[in-house]
Ligand binder design. Structure first.
Ligand code: GDP
Ligand code: K
Ligand code: MG
Length: 271
């Protein structure tokens, strides 16, 4: 079993990697960039863990970040382990929603729960897991707390998201996704919804991938069709990238409303 470890920068990926793996199978660089690639063997031998560079989105801003998208497009992976910083959930969940759109089995390691607790952030992990449709395991990667439980969940659950669509992007975008999906029938094993959304967001890596299986002029026509649909609906957007970002943000705000509570930690309230 191959599991990819993915998360925003500084969420504790390296700490978690070291806690979950016993030995390295490979340490080197990702091809084309000077970013370290590490592959480790899980302590209980359930499979291999691949450490991906930290990113905020699957739509890369640099060649280093492009490593992640290339990996998603080219390497078969059985499962995604998405590490989140529990004290920065709002920012972290943008990547999570994109990962769920990729439609591979995923689970979440909710890291830095100690930091969150100190800041009075109470996360209902059951609720979060229910909304996202994947297992959520709280951990403290620095100390190793929760890591045994995480390995147990990785080895036992199937972790295919039970929720089909996490974000509804509005009629125009949904219609455009359908058009691209129909075009892609029988041409790729990747999630058509994920490919379409990344295309609309301006992901150059995905665009290049799609250009090999769909005539580039047709790809452009799907994008311009979507832009004209939005104008017809009187939706004026800065860019498709921004529009899609804002739709995800709305959903994230709702997720946080139902699964996170902020309590005062500075002065304990007395009855
Ligand atoms: P990466 O950049 O995602 O690989 O994150 P690192 O593993 O390098 O961690 C970034 C920093 O956060 C380091 O100083 C870690 O010691 C610290 N850290 C990682 N996990 C935790 C945690 O669960 N709690 C706390 N308090 N600190 C953590
Ligand atoms: K770091
Ligand atoms: Mg690291």
């Amino acid at each position: 079993m191959e599991i990819a470890l993915i998360g925003n920068p500084n969420t504790g990926k390296t700490s978690l990697f070291n806690n979950l793996t016993g030995s390295y199978e490979y340490v080197g660089n990702w091809s084309g960039v000077t970013v370290e690639k590490k592959v480790g063997v899980f302590k209980n031998n359930i499979g291999r863990l691949i450490d991906l560079p930290g990113v905020y989105s699957l739509n890369p801003l640099s060649r280093d970040e492009g490593v992640v998208t290339t990996f998603f497009l080219e390497e078969p992976v059985d499962r995604l382990l998405n590490i989140l910083d529990a004290s920065q959930l709002e920012r972290n969940l943008h990547l999570t929603l994109q990962l769920l759109e990729y439609e591979k089995p995923a689970l979440i390691g909710l890291n830095m729960v100690d930091v969150a607790a100190n800041r009075g952030i109470q996360i209902d992990t059951e609720k979060l897991s229910q909304i996202l449709g994947v297992p959520v395991v709280p951990v403290v990667a620095r100390s190793g707390k929760g890591c045994d439980r995480l390995i147990e969940v990785i080895s036992t659950s199937s972790s295919h998201s039970k929720v089909k669509k996490h974000v509804y992007y509005g009629r125009a975008v949904e219609e455009a996704i359908t058009r691209v999906s129909i075009e892609l029938i029988g041409k790729t094993d990747h999630s058509p919804r994920w490919l379409a959304l990344q295309l609309f967001e301006g992901n150059e890596y995905v665009k290049r991938f799609l250009s090999d299986i769909v005539e580039p002029a047709r790809l452009e026509s799907y994008i311009s069709h979507l832009e004209s649909l939005l104008i017809q609906e009187n939706i004026h957007v800065k860019s498709l990238t921004n529009y899609i970002y804002l739709k995800r943000k709305e959903v994230i705000e709702k997720i946080l409303e139902t699964s996170v509570r902020k309590v005062n930690t500075v002065v304990p309230l007395s009855e």
